[in-house]
Write a protein that binds this ligand. Structure first.
Ligand SMILES: Nc1ncnc2c1ncn2[C@@H]1O[C@H](COP(=O)(O)OP(=O)(O)OP(=O)(O)O)[C@@H](O)[C@H]1O
Ligand SMILES: [Mg+2]
Length: 306
């Protein structure tokens, strides 16, 4: 494991049990400054437990953990002032207004961001004076994000931060996270949305039953970049499968008039197919070329558990 300045988090052999149940069973990873780590895994995999240990909210049983050069279990003020947190379940006084809640949180930090700036940053400009209990689920989650950012943290933990967000709010929060990283801040994110991990993560770690089952970039995780390509198109009118210029030994599937072929590299096939279609003056309707998605790889790694 590296120990340079660019490593913001390093975790080695992390273990945690609740009573007789071992929820985290030897987890290792590290996160570089300015990167987004997405922790993925089925419900109960141990993501929140891991994140809460890194945040200093939970004691570990074994292993070493270093966050911004410190051991979070000491819960020192200096470390807490450099970290922002969105918990999976947030508990703030429901009778405060949005502005009051963020102002109260800002008071805990030496150099907070201006409250009004944070309220607009998370898209709650119109709700500054609304009591928290009147906010919608997605708006409450936005407030959680605001509470995490008001301390101007260099490391941010986001435990399922966009659950309940509408699609445009999710995209806005992705831009927000990208902006934070562009400023050199580091983000640890848990999510069940594969598109979110694909869009944001520099690095993905998949945890299942308390263990890391795969790590990599979103594009290479689980050998995704080596996976087969699927080429699909509608069989042109008057053409039989036997007429297609397919390499010998390739066994296309034909379903509802669509031909589907799986192969390691589709470059030659696409050249032959499109050349053949153009020479006949016909379009290959519905042509798609697909590689395994992050979700395909994730489901294979976690045994199909969503
Ligand atoms: N306070 C607790 N007491 C006892 N068991 C717990 C406690 N917190 C978590 N667990 C158990 O530890 C395991 C891991 O839980 P954890 O919350 O870390 O999972 P997770 O990966 O965050 O899941 P999710 O995707 O549902 O949020 C689960 O089996 C859970 O029931
Ligand atoms: Mg969780």
């Amino acid at each position: 494991m590296g120990s340079g300045d660019d490593i913001v988090i390093s975790v080695e052999g992390l273990r945690k049990s609740y009573g007789g149940f071992e929820a985290v069973r030897g987890v290792d990873f590290e996160v570089k400054r300015g990167h987004v780590l997405a922790l993925l895994g089925p419900n109960g995999a141990g993501k929140t437990t891991t994140v809460e240990i890194l945040e200093g909210y939970r004691k570990r049983d074994a292993g070493s953990v270093c966050v911004l050069g410190r051991d979070p279990s000491h819960r020192d003020k200096e470390l807490r002032s450099r970290v922002g947190i969105v918990l999976q379940e947030c508990a703030v006084d429901q009778y405060l207004t949005v502005t009051e809640a963020i102002t109260q949180r800002a008071g805990l930090y030496r150099t907070p961001r201006p409250v009004g700036e944070v309220v607009s940053l998370v898209g709650l400009g119109a709700k500054g004076d609304a009591r928290i209990k009147t906010l919608s689920g997605g708006q409450q989650r936005r407030l959680d994000l605001g509470l995490a950012l008001v301390g101007d943290p260099e490391l941010i933990f986001l435990d399922e931060p966009t659950t309940g967000f509408d699609p445009s709010a999710r995209r806005e929060s992705w831009d927000l996270v990208r902006g934070l990283c562009a400023e050199g801040r580091t983000v640890v994110l848990t999510t069940h949305y594969m598109d979110e991990a694909q869009a944001l993560a520099d690095q993905v770690t998949v945890i299942a039953a308390g263990k890391v089952v795969a790590s990599g970039t979103p594009d290479t995780l689980g050998g995704r970049d080596q996976g087969e390509t699927t080429v699909r198109f509608l069989l042109p009118d008057g053409v039989g499968v036997g007429d297609l210029p397919l390499p010998a030994g390739l066994h296309p599937e034909v379903r509802c008039g669509a031909v589907e072929v799986c192969l390691p590299d589709a470059t030659d096939l696409l050249h032959d197919l499109t050349g053949w279609a153009l020479a006949r003056g016909q379009a290959l309707e519905g042509l798609t070329v697909k590689r395994p998605s992050l979700e395909d790889v994730y489901l294979a790694l976690t045994g199909g558990d969503p």
